[in-house]
Design a protein around this ligand. Sequence first.
Ligand code: CQA
Length: 294
Amino acid sequence: MASPLMSLVHDDDRYQKSFQLFLERSSEHQCMKDFIHNKLPHILASIGDGKSHLNVIEVGSGAGDIDLEMLSELHKKHPEVTIDNEVVEPSSQQLHHYQVLVSQKPELNYTKFTWNKMTASEFEENWKQKKMTKKADFVHMIQMLYYVKDLGATISFFQSLLDKNGKLIITLVSDKGGWGKLCQKYRNQLCSTGISYCVTTRDIRCFLDSKGVSYQSFDLPSHMDITECFTEGDEKGELLLDFLTEVLDFSKTASPELKAGVLELLRHPDCSSRSEDRVVFIYNLEAIVIDEPT
Ligand code: CQA
């Protein structure tokens, strides 16, 4: 019997390496930044309702670069207010990067950071245990809901923390585009590791629709150069394939059939476009904005 595939998440060194290469080869951060600078200011304009202090919760902040850009837009919209920022991130390495970043920016003195080195569900547990009554004006979950067990419960909990006029922003890959196709076709083979789940914004929209929660949605087109994935034995191609499939050493551990199938899907016109001699994986991120507390 073939040995089960291991999740990339088990090997933090390799995960970080392949994630960094993914960021270099993709427009993901640029597309997030476009959203943050062009759309987010309007979304943030109505939060707070004249308060002099705002509470922010960042769930799965990672190294904090995207989070600080969002914080800076919040500050631009509400320059007079102080901000209490709860950072929730289980990786001590990522949290450390974030803390270093903050220490290099004295202009962030309008913000008090509280570092929660824990998962979203541990944060929820703590919050309930301490019977916290604090409400949040702005909660965001950027590219993190792949890693939670109970999508609906997690969204509902953070939504329940929203104050009047508060906003909850979720981003994930959309079901439209390459990542949606990969998920749809290989859910059973690639998502059996029980650490991350094949969720797309379609799952979020279905959940919110079933609860009658209204939301706004923004499409954020992105792409990724995956040319190297098609050169057998190419080190960078293998790192990118690991990120795409979230399988540790995918090229070496997947069955020949699975590997051939995934490569074929990746270069299919449904998933990628060809420009000159490059293969470019086309996908969408989607931002979902919820603005009603439960
Ligand atoms: C971050 C983390 C994960 C990302 C991302 C950014 C991701 C895609 C794009 N940007 Cl910070 N992960 C992802 C999304 C959908 C998807 C997969 C990975 O389907 C691969 N699955 C196997 C097909 C993993 C369960």
